[in-house]
Design a protein around this ligand. Structure first.
Ligand code: HEM
Length: 362
């Protein structure tokens, strides 16, 4: 091949090959690894199996991810997180522990209350009612109490439907009816939640006075609240009532904070905070509802004369002496010689008691 033939052959080759190469360069087809570039890189870094793309399902990778290795999107913002491995653990904890054991804790609380009623019966006034009353709670106190009680009961019912409805209600009323009840419960729960915060602040403000622990409470505990035998003296509130008050304030605040995070999820910085909030909210609810059942029992069926203080605002003098003798002494200035059964002896003038009592309770 002479020089002219060689130049002609090269020219021909260039004419054929170069357009092909430029065509290839302009192709709209992305490079083979374009889509999976980020994934491959992370798989390489975490597991080192990038050669397997296309020939297997990367099951090892996904399995690792399920067992706690976060992958792909590592941003802290929940919205950009594609997969969060803890989600599966959270689901199991909620379903296995919270729903299952939460239901059992509530059932146990009801069982214990019934058992207590069967063993102890209604706590009656030993000396019987005297007919003379003493003022215990003002109207603002009672309004704050019943506002809280109403909101709490509505939240408890709607919350329990959301927590246990699928397990307890659905098998009984069916899927369709359950879905209607559950969505109504969710709307109600979202509506009453913010009102609970108002009720909590109001209740705390109205009842905090007289609810700080004192030495008399230690004596009350040592005497088992009077249930073990000898009379246990108490001021305006006994240790059990003070414990209930602080449980409502502390657990109620935790419920309010976690509830707000769940109702307005964009407040949460991460998905994990939402998951923790669900668990804490459910545990707090079970604890509060169980304790509330005990409180409601003792305020109604369990103790003669107790409900009067939250309905009329006045209690029988005998009730005051038998259950809150130190408070009675403070209000009337009269010593209670035998708080167990002093009955209607030495009852001071009613008007005098009411006037003095009002000054101590605000
Ligand atoms: C139907 C339901 C309820 C009934 C019948 C009831 C009854 C009563 C009664 C009779 C008292 C006065 C006790 C006394 O004179 O020493 C009282 C006090 C109180 N109740 Fe209720 N209650 C109910 C629901 C609730 C609920 C749901 C809450 C809170 C979530 C609550 C929180 C309180 C508080 C904080 C006190 C004051 C006790 C203290 O500060 O130590 N009650 N309740």
């Amino acid at each position: 091949m002479d020089l002219r033939e060689l130049v002609a052959a090269m020219f021909l080759f260039a004419l054929i090959v170069m357009p092909l190469e430029s065509l290839q360069a302009q192709s709209v087809r992305p490079p083979a690894n374009a889509v999976n570039q980020g994934i491959d890189k992370q798989i390489d870094e975490q597991i080192g199996t990038s050669n397997t793309l296309g020939t297997n399902s990367q099951s090892d990778y996904w399995r690792d991810l399920r067992h706690g290795k976060d992958g792909l999107a590592t941003s802290g913002q929940s919205g950009r997180k594609l997969i969060q491995a803890q989600g599966e653990q959270w689901r199991i904890v909620r379903k296995t522990y919270i729903v299952k054991y939460g239901g059992w804790v509530l059932a146990t609380a009801i069982f214990l209350i019934v058992l207590f009623y069967l063993i102890r019966g209604k706590i009656r006034l030993k000396a019987g009612r005297s007919g003379e009353t003493i003022s215990r709670f003002s109207l603002p106190h009672r309004t704050a109490h019943w506002f809280m009680a109403s909101i709490f009961i509505l939240l408890s019912i709607s919350g329990l439907i959301l927590l246990l409805g699928r397990t307890v209600l659905m098998p009984v009323i069916g899927k369709n009816a359950h879905s209607i009840v559950a969505s109504a419960a969710m709307q109600g729960h979202n509506l009453f939640g913010p009102l609970f915060i108002v009720a909590l602040i109001w209740l705390t403000f109205m009842f905090i006075r007289g609810n700080f622990f004192q030495m008399a409470d230690l004596k009350w505990i040592l005497k088992g609240g009077g249930l073990l035998g000898p009379h246990a003296s108490a001021g305006h509130y006994n240790f059990g009532e003070k414990g209930w008050f602080w449980l409502v304030v502390i657990a109620g605040s935790i419920m309010a904070i976690t509830g707000m995070i769940l109702e307005f999820p964009w407040l949460a910085e991460s998905l994990q905070l939402l998951q923790i909030s669900v668990i804490v909210h459910a545990i707090g609810a079970i604890a509060l509802i169980s304790a509330a059942l005990g409180h409601i029992y003792i305020g109604t069926l369990g103790m003669e004369g107790a409900l009067d203080s939250m309905t009329t605002g006045d209690v029988d003098v005998v009730w005051a002496k038998e259950h809150h003798d130190l408070w009675y002494e403070e209000v009337t200035g009269q010593k209670v010689a035998n708080p167990e059964a002093e009955g209607s002896q030495s009852i001071p003038d009613h008007n005098q008691i009411s006037a003095q009592s009002q000054t101590t309770e605000t």
